[in-house]
Design a protein around this ligand. Structure first.
Ligand code: FAD
Length: 373
């Protein structure tokens, strides 16, 4: 077993608080500082829990009282309405990193990108291309976090969660998690599971990465897709590529005041894709070819970034306080003094523009709280 971290994940909030043991409780607490968008109004009550027992106690208390509950990890995939959240917001700040051979177990509150760095240091492959993704380990199964050819579903073996329906702690094997592209059972049943711990099976490949599946990473390293490279090289290359797109958090850089990709890549049936291709030909000329990736029997995945760009929403689009990132068309950003309504107005404009241009409806990736697109 290797180490267990104990750093606090609480960020400073200047609102009245009282402490119940180690549980921190605040009232009328601003949620914006807990999100990477820095957006959203206050929660009636904000509880920060640092152990599994505290998490479960806070969830049970809210459920017994019939109080709405909002789970917050790193707040990097949340769009919270300007009116805030009328209920208990539970900030999960538990700590625990344990490595036993190639088996990694993370407490939900562990910072994901730090945990990835530690697995790379330990010489283990499987999550190195997920470096730089903000947020907590406990949220990674929710939307089956993925980037640069890796998804957590490939290495997660089990998820331990508190089941609000049975009021018991349960362990779900990978096959029970219904993982798919940016989706899972946890996302499908958002009121049910509170993830406490996630277990991964990594690979000891003598200091090498898993085979690189993403062409851009392989190209950047001058190797072929499918090749392995030193683990540290893989991680550093991904971090560099991500930073160039504003996809690594930097408080000084408003291009990272975002939720990363704001829209998922649309998955179309073969028939829908054929109709989409003719729209593309009509609008952009016969030689224009939209990106197409296999997405299971009878389905094709295309690129949301391509659609947005070709519909006329280029990098930096917008004149208000919410704009498209200057580094990536897929990230909507807060330039400093935006409201959630500003952000949603921009998102709605993009959705309508893409639909009008190509007949494809974009779907938001971040979870919305108290608002809808
Ligand atoms: C700059 C940037 C780049 C990004 N790049 C990527 C990327 O490459 N790939 C990718 O997949 N995502 C990416 N994201 C999105 C985001 O980082 C991930 O979705 C991340 O897993 C969210 O973690 P979080 O702890 O911040 O979740 P939060 O935003 O706090 O919560 C997200 C959802 O999960 C729920 N939740 C949180 N913790 C728990 C828990 N313990 N149990 C049950 N439910 C919980 C919340 O209630 C909410 O519904 C990016 C975001 C940013 C800001």
């Amino acid at each position: 077993m290797v180490g267990a971290s104990s750093s606090s994940r609480c960020r400073g909030l200047s609102v009245p608080s009282r402490s119940l043991g180690r549980v921190q409780e605040l009232h009328d607490a601003p949620l914006a500082p807990l999100t990477t968008f820095r957006l959203g109004g206050p929660a009636t009550r904000l509880v920060t829990a640092t152990t599994d027992a505290e998490v479960i106690a806070a969830v049970r208390e809210a459920d017994d009282a019939g109080t709405p509950l909002l789970l917050i990890g790193g707040g990097s995939n949340l769009v919270i309405g300007d009116k805030g959240f009328d209920g208990t917001a539970l900030h999960i700040a538990t700590a625990g990193f344990s490595l036993d051979g190639t088996t990694l177990e993370l407490a939900a509150g562990e910072i994901w990108t730090d945990a990835v760095a530690r697995t790379v240091e330990a010489g283990l492959a499987g999550v190195e291309c997920l470096a730089g993704i903000p947020g907590s380990a406990g949220a990674t199964p929710i939307q089956n976090v993925g980037a640069y050819g890796q998804e957590v579903s490939a290495t997660i073996t089990e998820v331990t969660a508190y089941d609000r329906r049975s009021r018991a702690t349960v362990t779900l094997a990978n096959a029970d998690c219904a993982f798919s592209y940016r989706h899972s059972r946890f996302k499908a049943e958002p009121e049910r599971y509170v993830v406490l711990r996630v277990r991964f099976e990594l690979e000891d490949a003598a200091g090498l990465s898993a085979p690189l599946r993403y062409a851009e990473t392989a190209r950047a390293l001058g190797v072929e897709a499918g090749d392995r490279v030193p683990l540290t090289t893989a991680r550093e290359t991904v971090l560099k590529l991500r930073a160039g797109k504003g996809m690594v958090l930097d408080p000084e850089d408003h291009d990272t005041w975002s939720a990363g990709s704001f829209f998922t890549n649309p998955i179309l049936t073969d028939g829908e894709f054929a109709a989409f291709r003719s729209r593309v030909a009509e609008r952009l000329g016969e030689s224009a070819e939209p990106p197409a990736f296999p997405a299971g029997e009878g389905h094709v995945k295309t690129s949301a970034a391509w659609l947005i760009d070709k519909a006329g929403f280029t990098k930096g689009y917008g004149t208000g306080p919410a704009r498209i990132s200057t580094k990536h068309t897929l990230a909507l950003t807060n330039r400093g003094d935006a409201t959630t309504e500003d952000l949603l107005a921009l998102a709605r404009e993009v959705v309508a523009g893409v639909h009008e241009a190509f007949g494809v409806t974009l779907v938001n990736e971040p979870v919305t709280v108290g608002v809808r697109l």
